[in-house]
Design a binder for this molecule. Structure first.
Ligand code: AP5
Length: 231
């Protein structure tokens, strides 16, 4: 039975998508959050919104993101803790791109404990480097609703236009090949250690992210259903 048909009223925890740039975190986090009716919290999207609005945080983040470097923990942590205190997060939420350092993971663990949430469920998107470049350079995102496409593997019906809302599809400035190398470097140096961190805590579930979107979606659906049964 598909997840949306089940009487799953609450997620009641944080689901974390962990994986390199282009592994499909955003694509799958969006789907899962919609299924459970909880917020999809992409720290990348939040930071891009700050940049668009030219807030003090956005002005600090912009040059770092353009170079493919991480934004300092202190700035990201304040942004995230403000966001998950909002009432729409009371039934759980899906993180995409957070935490990204061990410091962020430890802080999140403490925050979740204080707010009375269960332990997080971490989905590790496992994929080799070769596929990532094609996925990232082919990505186009709707300027209006944020829907994610790929000109090679997941094209819109009409080039440059979102199927859902007719919004313009744009390419992210950090999706240029020279920045991608730096983003992958930052991932392997700063974020990959989270795999062993969460594995040691027993929260990690590995997914083969090299498969097609519907197959990955199905694997995640099954993993989350098993998590629900194990409660
Ligand atoms: P962020 O926006 O989080 O980017 P990222 O982690 O680099 O990940 P991406 O968005 O590139 O990829 P994704 O895994 O979401 O893949 P997607 O689903 O889009 O971060 C950007 C920057 O913000 C960072 O570099 C950093 O500077 C800063 N930042 C953000 N969070 C931070 C934090 N916590 N701390 C510090 N700094 C932070 O898919 C990619 C493409 O592939 C799409 O075109 C999609 O259609 C396609 N695709 C997806 N799945 C499949 C599939 N199974 N088969 C074929 N194609 C697929």
């Amino acid at each position: 039975m598909a997840l949306e048909q089940r009487p799953v009223a609450k997620l009641d925890r944080a689901v974390i998508f962990l994986g390199p740039p282009g592994s499909g975190k955003g694509t799958q986090a969006q789907v899962l959050a919609t299924k459970f009716g909880v917020p999809h919290l992409s720290t990348g999207d939040m930071l891009r919104e700050h940049i668009a609005k030219e807030t003090p945080l956005g002005l600090k983040a912009k040059p770092l993101m353009e170079r493919g470097e991480l934004v300092p923990d202190s700035l990201v942590l304040r942004m995230v803790s403000d966001r998950i205190e909002r009432p729409d997060c009371s039934n759980g939420f899906v993180f995409d791109g957070f935490p990204r350092t061990v410091t962020q993971a430890k802080y999140l663990g403490e925050l979740l404990r204080r707010q009375g949430f269960q332990q997080p469920f971490v989905i590790h998107m496992v994929i080799g480097n070769a596929l990532l470049i094609r996925r990232i350079t082919g990505r186009r995102t709707c300027k209006v609703g944020g829907e994610i496409y790929n000109i090679y593997d997941r094209p819109p019906k009409v080039a440059g236009i979102c199927d859902n809302d007719g919004g313009e599809l744009i390419q992210r400035p950090d999706d240029r090949e020279e920045v991608i190398t730096q983003r992958l470097h930052a991932y392997h140096k700063m974020t990959a250690p989270l795999v062993s961190y969460y594995r040691a805590l027993g929260f990690l579930h590995e997914i083969d992210a090299s498969k097609r979107v519907p197959e990955v979606e199905q694997e995640i659906e099954q993993a989350v259903a098993e998590m629900g049964e194990a409660r």
